[in-house]
Design a protein around this ligand. Structure first.
Ligand code: PHE
Length: 525
């Protein structure tokens, strides 16, 4: 029976007899199980709720426990109990007895085993010689009769004791059920036309609204989720890191230059021109245009000289300088390229130049007057995208974000760098740090940064740091007592840890689910 037909049946029944005292008595046509069955009552409940929402009816629920037959119970209804089948298989007293072997063949192993015992206990069968015979001419298979009664009516007149026995024999199981008493509701009618959900202009002009029934507002219904914009987890973590830098008095470097020259990405940082990181398989080079405009000429010459011949107490790399290598355009492999450009600007006054570009215009530090040699301290940071020709896997993409902090001041020491990192990372919630000596072409000493990961319960490498080398700083024009130190970390890894993401591709790229982005909580350190 279709849902609508069932609703109609309920309404018609109510129309005829004003209430429906027991929903189990409903005459549902074309239903295989009786109206009293569990499934039927579930279907009826659906119809009742639909009518209730339109206030066409009201109903009360009555809880009952009903019984359903197990597969073994069903089999007994069809074929009789095991003991009855054993009895039926045996010959009358006086005839040749049936051996245990043949009994098994006749009724099956299982029925022979269980049925034999029960039939003996009831005095239905008797042992004779090596076999069995009927002990009585007639029996009443109560088990079958009770199960049949349960199957058709859902109840048993014999009562709870008999039910308990059948349950114990695992022929039936108990099931909680319900039935309903139904009354007419405030909007009772026998027509189940769908109520209107909207008052339209047409209804108003035609006047049809007067005869229409309207669906009531459901103030308990959940509203449609609003689809506002949401910050990607990486951007949330970026904002947090940004605010830590700002609160520590750092100023953000302009990092819009995704494309850099080999000069700014590597040469200015005293990365040898033959360094493996500069090779094709590690760095993306541009083909059109493929070369940069010339860098500032005097500075360029000083950088080329320190690479090729040394200077500033360094012996240099002593390999021929390649203009071509220096002029190649590439996608920057680290934000330290931007840091180098900013430091070059910071040293402008030290070089006796009158301009120091964007830095003075924007810098709060620019307010401080530079000293006699033109130097003024600076605390700079950046968070932006970098590119590496990586084989992509669960934790590596060819582009990612770097966070970088750089401090320039006179007579800074390694302890200052370590102190700066401890302060910074504590604010990020990483209280336990360790540092390991490392190698960077542009810093000496260099330190790898490890943080204790309390969920993973191990030390994870989070970044890299160091004191920038004189070979990098001196050609820029910084006075010899000026030291610059810095560190860099990736942004993706802390974000993945924070949001419990273990594959980078679920965070970045076409497999990112918008829903995850919308639902990712704002981060608290
Ligand atoms: N550029 C380094 C990297 O890519 C990070 C770093 C920045 C190291 C500043 C030292 C100083 O890992």
């Amino acid at each position: 029976m279709m849902a609508e037909q069932l609703q109609q049946l309920i309404l018609d029944t109510l129309d005829a007899q004003s209430t429906l005292p027991d929903s189990r008595t409903l005459k549902i046509s074309g239903q295989s199980s009786p109206a009293s069955s569990h499934d039927a009552q579930i279907t009826i409940l659906g119809a009742l709720n639909s009518l209730l929402s339109r206030e066409m009816i009201t109903y009360e629920t009555h809880e009952i426990s009903s019984h359903v037959l197990t597969p073994e119970g069903v089999q007994i209804v069809r074929e009789g109990s095991h003991e009855a089948r054993v009895w039926a298989a045996l010959p009358e007293r006086g005839s040749a007895p049936l051996s245990a072997q043949d009994l098994k063949k006749a009724v099956g192993d299982e029925a022979a085993k269980v049925g034999q015992g029960r039939a003996f206990k009831s005095g239905w069968i008797a042992k004779e010689g090596n076999g069995f015979v009927k002990a009585v001419p007639n029996i009443t298979d109560t088990t079958q009769i009770e199960l049949r009664e349960l199957e058709s009516s859902g109840t048993l007149a014999a009562g709870e004791k008999a039910l308990a026995e059948l349950r114990k024999r695992k022929l039936i199981i108990q099931r909680k059920g319900q039935w309903f008493t139904v009354h007419k509701g405030a909007n009772f009618t026998t027509s189940i036309a769908k109520p209107e959900t909207d008052l339209t202009v047409d209804m108003l002009t035609s006047g049809s609204w007067k005869k229409s029934t309207f669906k009531k507002y459901n103030f308990d219904a959940d509203g449609i989720p609003t689809s506002g914009g949401a910050l990607h987890p990486i951007l949330k973590v970026r904002e947090e890191i940004r605010s830590i830098f700002l609160e520590m008095g750092f100023e953000e470097m302009p990092t819009g230059t995704f494309v850099e020259s080999g000069f700014w990405c590597f040469d200015a940082l005293f990365v040898p021109q033959l360094h493996p990181a500069r090779e094709l398989q590690d760095t993306f080079y541009l083909s059109d245009p493929s070369t940069s405009l010339p860098p500032p000429s005097d500075y360029y010459k000083r950088v080329a000289r320190v690479h090729e011949h040394g200077g500033y107490d360094s012996i240099g790399y002593r390999t021929p300088w390649s203009h071509e290598e220096s002029h190649k355009l590439l996608l920057r492999t680290h934000t330290t390229a931007s840091s180098a450009a900013m430091l070059y600007k910071l040293a402008a006054k030290c070089r006796g130049e009158d301009i120091d570009g964007d830095l003075t215009a924007k810098s709060q530090l620019g307010i401080a007057n530079p000293s006699h040699d033109g130097f003024r301290p600076a605390k700079l940071f950046s968070i932006d995208r970098v590119f590496r020709n990586e084989t992509m896997d669960a934790t590596h993409l060819a582009e990612f974000h770097q966070v970088e902090g750089v401090v320039a001041d006179r007579n800074l020491t390694l302890a200052d760098l370590i102190g700066f990192m401890r302060t910074f990372f504590r604010k990020m919630g990483m209280k336990n740090l360790r540092f390991k000596p490392a190698y960077n072409p542009y810093t000496e000493p260099s330190l790898e940064i490890f943080a204790w990961h309390s969920h993973l319960e191990k030390w994870v490498e989070i970044g890299n740091s160091g004191m920038f080398r004189p070979e990098m700083l001196a050609p820029m024009g910084f006075p010899p007592d000026v030291r610059v130190h810095g560190w860099g970390i990736g942004l993706e890894r802390p974000t993945m840890i924070r949001y419990g993401v273990n594959n980078i591709r679920t965070l970045v790229g076409h497999k990112t689910s918008i829903e995850n982005v919308e639902n990712s909580p704002a981060v608290m350190f």
